[in-house]
Design a protein around this ligand. Structure first.
Ligand code: ASN
Ligand code: ZN
Length: 326
């Protein structure tokens, strides 16, 4: 109490004088506070009370429960994409601690962001395995938090599909960066490894080829369109997936894929920053539509790389290819 000095300092000197004293007196540097994800992973123990029992906190070693470690690592990889690549300290850019719960409910076939924390089911074991198995799904859920703190795209209709697409785009970048894969090398699948062997399908979604991720007698066919020709007008309620937020997201997903593929290098270093700028400071309304979002990405590419830069042209062409008219 009463210590008003910089964190990690001795409390006797301002931080710059402390640093000078360390240099001139050859003292070991005092600990500085490097931001970290401040993760805490809990076990819901197959119940629905959140967050459940704390299993692993930031900096602690791996535990016996593989789901806990997968969540811990996936949260870390997502936080690192935001911090190392985009200079953002957590969802709110102010070090918000990252909270997750695994083993939520029994046979729960989903994962979600509840507005405050991440929740992962174990899957039913018949069609789905544990939702912590896929690093891009972890990045997807956490990015719902990023969108909540930034553009705030309303989860219905086109703004809802943009909200979903942001989660796939950043989730995919988390995966590609963790694997060290360029846009040309990546598989562009979301949720690869979540289906059990009995399902005819490789993933939940494909950004490269929306509509082709699965086709199974029991769970149906991947409904995603790749262009506006396949845009689906659906009821704005649960029965219609809030206007097809997980369906029409195939269109902006494919635009990101096309722009990244045209440039070939690491997506998080080419169009990733353009999408980040658009999401976090694009000036878009919460009910933005595809055309408004597309125009904002073209503007962001111009600002970052210059008018008529190859990046700007790749972004513009991608939206033309998916038939979003700016
Ligand atoms: N996994 C789904 C998602 O993040 C859960 C949901 O919120 N509908 O989109
Ligand atoms: Zn989602």
């Amino acid at each position: 109490p009463g210590d008003r000095s910089a964190p990690g300092g001795s409390g006797f000197l301002p931080r710059d004088l402390q640093a000078r004293a360390e240099r001139t007196l050859d003292l070991p540097p005092t600990a500085t506070t490097t931001p970290n994800p401040q993760r805490s992973i809990h076990d819901a123990q197959q119940g629905t009370k959140l967050p459940g029992v704390l299993e692993r906190s930031e900096g602690e070693p791996a535990v016996a429960d593989e789901s806990v470690n997968e969540a811990y690592d996936g949260l870390g990889a997502t936080w690192s994409l935001y911090y190392d690549v985009f200079g953002r300290n957590s969802l709110d850019d102010n070090g918000l601690p990252l909270v997750a719960s695994v083993h939520y409910d029994k046979k729960f076939d989903n994962a979600y962001w509840d507005g405050e924390q991440m929740v992962f089911g174990d899957g039913d074991g018949v069609y789905f395995s544990s939702f912590t198995d896929s690093i891009d799904v972890i990045g997807h859920e956490l990015t719902h938090g990023l969108t909540q703190y930034t553009a705030g795209f309303v989860y219905v209709g086109q703004s809802g599909a943009l909200n979903e697409s942001m989660s796939d785009v950043f989730g995919s970048m988390v995966k590609q960066r963790s694997l060290g894969q360029s846009a040309a090398q990546a598989d562009w699948l979301i949720g690869q490894g979540l289906f059990t062997a009995r399902v005819h399908g490789e993933a939940l979604r494909s950004m490269k080829a929306p509509g082709t991720a699965y086709d199974d007698p029991n769970i149906g066919k991947d409904p995603q369109p790749a262009t506006m020709d396949g845009y689906q007008q659906l009821p704005h309620d649960d029965s219609g997936d809030n206007g097809g937020v997980h369906i029409n997201s195939g269109i902006p997903n494919h635009a990101f894929y096309l722009a990244a593929a045209a440039l070939g290098a690491n997506s998080w270093e080419t169009v990733g920053p353009v999408w980040y700028d658009t999401l976090t400071r694009g000036g878009l309304p919460k009910d933005a539509d595809f055309a408004g979002f597309a125009a904002a990405t073209i503007k962001a590419a111009e600002t970052r790389y210059g008018a008529d830069s190859e990046q700007e042209r790749a972004v513009r062409t991608a939206w033309e290819q998916v038939k979003v008219v700016v």
